[in-house]
Design a protein around this ligand. Structure first.
Ligand SMILES: NC(=O)c1ccc[n+]([C@@H]2O[C@H](COP(=O)([O-])OP(=O)(O)OC[C@H]3O[C@@H](n4cnc5c(N)ncnc54)[C@H](OP(=O)(O)O)[C@@H]3O)[C@@H](O)[C@H]2O)c1
Length: 335
């Protein structure tokens, strides 16, 4: 049943889309091409109020009247109901997102760097503006992870998580393991397939994984993680020799993020978040997580061991998470 009565004309929800790259393009396409289906299901008519980009000439498929190079003005425009941020980076993303939240607009973002770096500030901005703030797409692409941690597992007590959180790194390590491919060739393939960040150094140096681990740790252990304090080692030093020697021992190398609840509930004991290439036995559940797939094992007191797997990168999987958040904020704010 739709959330709005269907005997009256559908309420129109104006969406400001910030960014029209790998992720933004898929979101724009779903909103425009599946408009009627989404309206029938939700009872609201979602439409693009504007699309902010860096260089308009790169976006001929978007009507010129919708394009702007000023994300701040678009996000805070009076007729905008919801903001979707898919630009990446911190500037202008941080001032734009915080202003939108403070002005009462719900924001959905895919930007893990932003969420991990400004966790407290953005949650304060959302509280100040009574705005819904959602970032399911920022961690592990299409895998529902943020919402389960915020809602389904909120009454449980998580003791630890171990995860493969970067599709690019996992794609590269899998190609090195299965096809004996050199690092550079595997990286190029990951870039060509749209898995890599615009700045792929963030992927291969483990920075992107550490951002996601910080978000997961904050949600899992109800704390604010100091992102700058996380030590991370990426996969740039993993050689084909390392891969082969792990294989000979029945192991596979994965970029693993892990975090454990401190044994004492003492605020002065910092969480230890570890991001590093790790050789795990082939029998480990995460060993079978291959290619751009992400996987995470969560251990909780009541639920036991949970394993969540799925596409962790790419335009469409990320758009799936964004659209889920979009309809959640519409339901929470406007239904
Ligand atoms: N790609 C993935 O698989 C994936 C998965 C999960 C999360 N994410 C996150 O999603 C976000 C977007 O990633 P992406 O891969 O879609 O990036 P992208 O392909 O580089 O697209 C970025 C978009 O933002 C626009 N942009 C950049 N700076 C801008 C500015 N100052 N003002 C207005 N527009 C600006 C760019 O415009 P121009 O094209 O005109 O330069 C482009 O359309 C990032 O935070 C990323 O971490 C990506």
């Amino acid at each position: 049943m739709p959330w709005f009565t269907t005997d009256s004309p559908s309420r129109v929800i104006n969406v400001a889309l910030l960014g029209n790259g790998t992720v933004g393009k898929e979101v724009a396409q779903c909103i425009t091409e599946r408009h009627e289906e989404l309206r029938a299901r939700s009872g609201v008519a979602v439409q693009l109020a504007g699309v902010a980009v860096g260089e308009p000439s790169r976006h001929p498929e978007v009507p010129r009247s919708l394009l702007t190079t000023d994300p701040y003005s678009l996000a805070t425009r009076a007729d905008v109901d919801v903001v979707i941020e898919a630009m990446g980076g911190l500037d202008p993303a941080y001032p734009v997102v915080s202003s939108a939240l403070e002005s009462g607009r719900p924001v959905v973002t895919a930007n893990k760097e932003l969420v991990a770096s400004y966790w407290s500030q953005l949650h304060k901005s959302a509280a100040a503006g009574h705005s819904d703030f959602r970032y399911e797409a920022a961690v592990a692409g299409a895998i529902p992870l943020v919402t389960p941690l915020r809602q389904s597992l909120s009454g449980d007590r998580i003791s630890n998580f171990t995860g493969i959180l970067n599709g690019t790194c996992n794609y590269i390590l899998t190609a090195m393991d299965i096809h004996d491919q050199p690092f550079d060739a595997a990286l190029q393939e990951a870039i060509d397939l749209g898995y890599a960040e615009a700045d792929y150094a963030r992927d291969v140096k483990g920075i992107d994984t550490a951002d996601k681990a910080a978000i997961l740790a904050s949600l899992s252990f109800d704390t604010v993680v100091d992102r700058a304090a996380i030590n991370c080692e990426g996969i740039t030093n993993v050689s084909i020799t390392d891969i082969r020697s792990a294989r000979d021992r029945g192991h596979v190398i994965k970029l693993i993020a892990s975090c454990q609840r401190p044994t004492h509930d003492d605020d002065n004991v910092p969480l230890e978040i570890d991001v590093r290439p790790t050789a795990i036995p082939r029998s480990h559940p995460l060993a079978t997580v291959s290619g751009a797939t992400n996987g995470i094992e969560i251990e909780a007191a009541l639920a036991g061991n949970l394993l969540l797997c799925g596409p962790g990168a790419g335009g469409q999987p990320t758009a799936s998470a964004i659209l889920g958040d979009l309809f959640t904020v519409i339901r929470n704010t406007y239904a």
